[in-house]
Design a protein around this ligand. Structure first.
Ligand SMILES: [Zn+2]
Length: 193
């Protein structure tokens, strides 16, 4: 499917001495996106294009704006910090609990595994979706998917773990996430559009 570009529309850049352009693009499937580009050399040095997914009247679209480079760099370093913390926790889970986690469910039927993971359907996924995941990836792969920061609480609950190091890592992730969200809010509210 081919995209059709509209004529670029120019807007004043943040410093006011030049412009940036916005081009609307759409295709036969009714998909729509925008391309933004900076014409101003000075602003190209001091700003970065920031894009994020948002919703308007139930439709998902990508919004854009110019973020001050300092804020943008700070957000990127928060992102990185968060990724590093997540990776550390995941490695900790894999290294210390992978064998125990898989053994815990050895010989257990699929429905019982699902019951343990979701507290009998209290959380995602539904039984049907779980069967679907197992059919497609195999039970071991599905179980391995729980050895991440997002599901660490489930692993802790099921295996009844008491691991202060793990708790500290999870707390650190929460703290970096909170910092990242704060930075993101700050950046978005100061976007130049
Ligand atoms: Zn400018």
């Amino acid at each position: 499917m081919s995209w059709e570009d509209s004529e670029p529309v120019n807007h004043a850049c943040p410093c006011g001495k030049s412009t940036y352009f916005v081009m609307d693009r759409s295709d036969d499937w009714g998909r729509f996106e925008q391309r933004w580009g900076m014409d101003c050399h000075q602003c190209a040095r001091n700003y970065r294009l920031y894009s994020y997914v948002t919703f308007h009247k139930g439709l998902r679209y990508e919004a854009h704006g110019w973020a001050k480079k300092t804020l943008f760099d700070e957000l990127m370093s928060c992102n990185k910090e968060c990724d590093v913390a997540r990776g550390r926790l995941q490695r900790h889970l894999m290294r210390n609990y992978k064998a125990r986690w898989l053994e815990h469910f050895a010989g257990t039927n699929k429905k019982a595994v699902w019951c343990a993971l979701t507290r009998e359907g209290d959380s995602y996924p539904s039984l049907g979706t779980f069967y679907d995941h197992v059919r497609r990836g195999g039970l071991e792969r599905v179980l391995m998917g729980y050895l991440t920061d997002r599901h660490a609480d489930i692993v802790v609950r099921v295996l009844r773990l008491k691991d202060e190091k793990l708790d500290a890592m999870a707390e650190q992730i929460q703290a970096t996430l909170a910092k990242m969200q704060k930075k993101e809010t700050e950046l978005r509210s100061a976007l130049f559009t």
